[in-house]
Every structure is written in C-alpha cells, then in structure tokens.
Design a protein around this ligand. Sequence first.
Ligand SMILES: [Zn+2]
Length: 195
Amino acid sequence: MGVTGKSLWDVRDSSPIREMLEFNAGFAGSGAALSYQSDKRPRKKVAVLTCMDTRLTALLPAALGLKGGDVKMIKNAGGLILNPLDSTVRSLLIAVLELGVEEIMVIGHTDCGVQGMDERTVVSHMVERGISRRAVLDMKAQGLDFHQWFTGFENPQDSVRDSVKLLRNHPLMPEDVAIYGFVMDIGSGELKRAV
Ligand SMILES: [Zn+2]
C-alpha cells in the first residue's frame, strides 16, 4: 500500500517528490481523505480560470472563501486564452456542458510571471537547454505561433479583457453562460473587476 520501492526507484535522490511520495503513503493510509470528499460537479456552478502562479495556490481560494468541491479551477501560465482552439477552452466547455457550470470567472493577477515575457529570450533559453534551432523552425512550420505562446502581456487588465472577449464570442460557448473578468492584487488578495 502507498509508496513502494518500485514507485520511488526512478525519482531523483534529492527530489522533493520523494518526500511527497513518502508523505502520501502515510496520508492514504490514515483515512484523512474522507474529510475532502465532495462532488465532481462544482457546488457553486462556477469555473475559475486563473494563473498557475505559486502564490495563488493557497491565496486565491482563501481570498474568495472557496473550499474543495465549490468550483472548477483551471490554471495555465498567465490565466490566458490565446485563441479559440486553446486547450483551456476545451476545459471550460466541458465544465459548462458536462459538469453544470453556469458562470465563469477569468482571474489575472498583479506581478504575473508572464507579464513582459519576451519570445526571443524564451527561445534563447531553449537553445541553452539543448533544443536545436531546427526544432524551433520545425514547430513554427507546423503552425506553432511562438509569438503568441511566448510573448507576455503588458498588463493583466488587458489580458483578462482579451480572454473574456474571446470566450464570450466563442462560437461553441452557450449564450446563457455569464463570463466575468477580474485582476487579483497578489499582495492583498483584493479582486478588482476588469470586465
Ligand atoms: Zn501569473
């Protein structure tokens, strides 16, 4: 039961993931998960799209008074929807069509890591990490828009407005879904309406 030698053998010796797996063995055996049980359909019928920022992991639910089971939480770098084919749209459509979501909040935040990001810098980091320029060119030829993927937004209000606009106008999004945009102050947790 729990972590065995087999599941640990290929995790790096110094990795914190080893500690997590060891912790998990105790957790799973303790029955503590019973107090976290809820339903796959979100109680508040709300989906939240936000940024993967580590500071939001605990701050955002605390600042909104959310508990497990309350909302569908969808995260990516920046909390953005880049285009109508973005995989985040898929998650939101499934939340709406299959899991009872009636309202969507897009929540950006101040001091976002995606703010001011530069495509050329990201590509130079790839090359430093052993990715060939050939691979970059091949992906571009296959249609990957490097500018869209790796160029950061100038301010979170505008990026939230763009994502909300894209969602509201998405041809597959039912019209009765209410979609709102906000920016959270990463220091105080205060939410301000962006759109
Ligand atoms: Zn962010």
